[in-house]
Ligand binder design. Structure first.
Ligand code: ATP
Ligand code: MG
Length: 507
């Protein structure tokens, strides 16, 4: 951790963090970041840039996480070298990005992202879905065209931030040097290169704006980020309302860091969220999808869900999900969702794979159940009713958030499997084991059974079926066909049937 120091750029009581003209430089002897904790590939990039005569810093989440003693997800490098200059230094380098060029330096499967300092506070590299950014799904990137989203208005039409203007936009042939905003203040386009003291303005929170200088291993702090790390405070740089309007996704990032780091959002930063959260409706749906994965599939999904709800952000992101929980307080479905998110978090911690399909099945469970419940009860278990409910729930969610088709189809298959898993029919049911979606469907059945939404003895039967050798499976299926219920509980048939009719109602 950082050692205490008397001089502080922004004292903890300052509600607006305004970058200082010069940084507070924290020497190596006064902070805890050691090169042994930095990825060797990131170090290679930093040293090569420096040898090439450029400035080279680690910046963003990696510096924050290193100071907190956490393992960074990735290492981002910031430099005064232009993208073309970076490319000349590294043979294993590709320039990417449509609105703003970034260099990706490849070391096998490891990629170090190198960004040239920027002079305006546009959404950064992290939030512009690049084709490479989401290897899981290219559709997300294709859907995002922020420049088509809204009528641009001139920069002068909005409250300006006071900041220096020494952009290097002219250094990039053909680069537009002006910034465009939409009517709500959202930045649509900017690509002006700058210096490090300008780059700091485009960072979101003070704790994400610390620069680690490879030249002497010092930390550069323009905004009091080191102090905010010590007091575990999330504070936007600049005027919070302006910064949220520029990029409403920063509200989701605030919630994500609150959940992930356990930091407190400082009151002036938290205050405008209530009034501005509806601006998330104007964010490209593909970007909201990317952000949803970061919120729920990186190890703190259950906490993210609680924070999003308490800050009213779930309503802006997934209105139908929020509405279901609003009208069914304390429901079994809510417990199922939270348990499912906790299970997912445990898988992430254990380095096991997690999938957006299962996540969306959990998130959409409420709306799907709500739609099924609105049909007459005799239709609840019909495949057509279930599929229609999945399709409608997905369509409604997609008004805000792009759920790529293959994940939406996966959710449909998982729900379609439920009645077949609940009512196994002899040897035919063994074929379900071969289905691509069996594992996800079975996991959902287990969760439902755990919460009284499916019969537990059937769930146990499926568990046992997978544990026994294949030749035994046929016997289990035959026994089931003969007895009409899982063999483990023949004597409980009556009870099971009663429970099933209650338990397999949608919610
Ligand atoms: P993590 O990687 O742990 O999720 P991070 O802070 O590194 O957190 P990234 O999305 O990787 O987040 O972004 C890297 C850095 O880029 C951030 O620390 C921040 O300085 C800047 N940044 C990213 N997104 C935004 C944004 N929407 N607005 C302003 N700055 C941003
Ligand atoms: Mg990061």
């Amino acid at each position: 951790m950082l050692k205490p120091k008397a001089e502080v750029v922004n004292p903890p009581h300052a509600s607006v963090a305004t970058p200082a003209a010069t940084p507070r430089i924290i020497p190596r002897s006064e902070h805890s970041i050691s090169r042994s904790h930095i990825s060797p590939n990131a170090l290679r990039v930093l040293y090569r840039l420096r040898e090439g005569g450029f400035q080279a810093f680690l910046v963003g989440g990696c510096v924050r996480d290193l100071l907190l003693g956490m393992e960074p997800k990735d290492f981002d490098v910031a430099t005064d070298a232009l993208p073309e200059e970076v490319k000349r230094l590294f043979r294993n380098c590709r320039l990417v990005g449509r609105r703003f060029r970034l260099a990706h330096v490849f070391f096998g499967r490891d990629i170090i992202e190198v960004a040239t300092f920027r002079a305006t506070s546009a959404p950064s590299q992290g939030d512009e879905p690049l084709p490479e950014a989401d290897p899981e799904d290219g559709e997300a990137a294709e859907l995002d065209d922020p420049d088509l989203e809204a009528e641009p208005v001139p920069a002068q039409a909005r409250a300006p931030l006071e900041r220096p203007s020494r952009g290097r936009g002219d250094a990039e042939p053909g680069a537009a040097t002006e910034v465009t905003f939409d009517a709500s203040g959202r930045i649509l386009r900017d690509n002006v290169y700058g210096t490090i003291d300008e780059d700091v303005w485009r960072r979101d929170f003070t704790v994400n704006a610390l620069y680690y200088n490879i030249a002497d291993f010092s930390l550069w702090d323009y905004v009091g980020g080191a102090e905010d790390i010590k007091t575990r405070t999330l504070r936007l740089i600049g005027d919070p309302e302006t910064r949220f309007r520029e990029d409403p996704v920063r509200m989701l990032r605030a919630a994500r860091f609150e959940a992930k780091l356990g930091f407190q959002i400082e009151p002036a930063t938290a205050k405008p969220i209530g009034a501005l959260r509806q601006l998330l409706a104007g964010v490209p749906p593909a970007r909201l999808f990317d952000e949803t994965l970061k919120l729920f599939l990186t190890g703190q999904g259950a906490r993210s869900f609680e924070v999003l709800r308490s800050r009213g952000l779930l309503a802006a992101m997934l209105p139908t999900v929020d509405a279901y929980f609003g009208s069914h307080p304390g429901s079994l479905v809510e417990k199922l969702l939270l348990q499912g998110l906790r299970n997912t978090d445990a898988r992430v911690l254990a380095d096991k794979p997690v999938t957006p399909t299962f996540l969306f099945a959990l998130l959409l469970y409420g709306p799907i159940a709500g739609i099924i419940e609105s049909a007459p009860p005799e239709h609840w278990h019909e495949l057509a009713t279930i599929l229609e409910a999945c399709d409608r729930a997905t369509r409604e969610a997609q008004a805000r958030l792009a759920i790529p088709r293959r994940f939406a189809l996966g959710v449909r298959e998982m729900f379609a499997l439920q009645p077949r898993l609940e009512h196994p029919r002899g040897r035919r049911s063994l074929r379900l084991l071969e289905q691509a979606r069996f594992r996800a469907g079975y996991d959902l059945l287990l969760l439902r059974a755990e919460h009284g939404l499916a019969p537990p003895d059937v769930a146990q039967w499926w568990t046992r079926l997978q544990q026994v050798p294949p030749e035994e499976r046929g016997r289990m299926a035959d026994a089931l066909a003969g007895e009409g219920s899982p063999p483990q509980a023949p004597h409980r048939r009556g009870r099971r049937r009663r429970r099933r009719s209650r338990a397999s109602s949608p919610a």
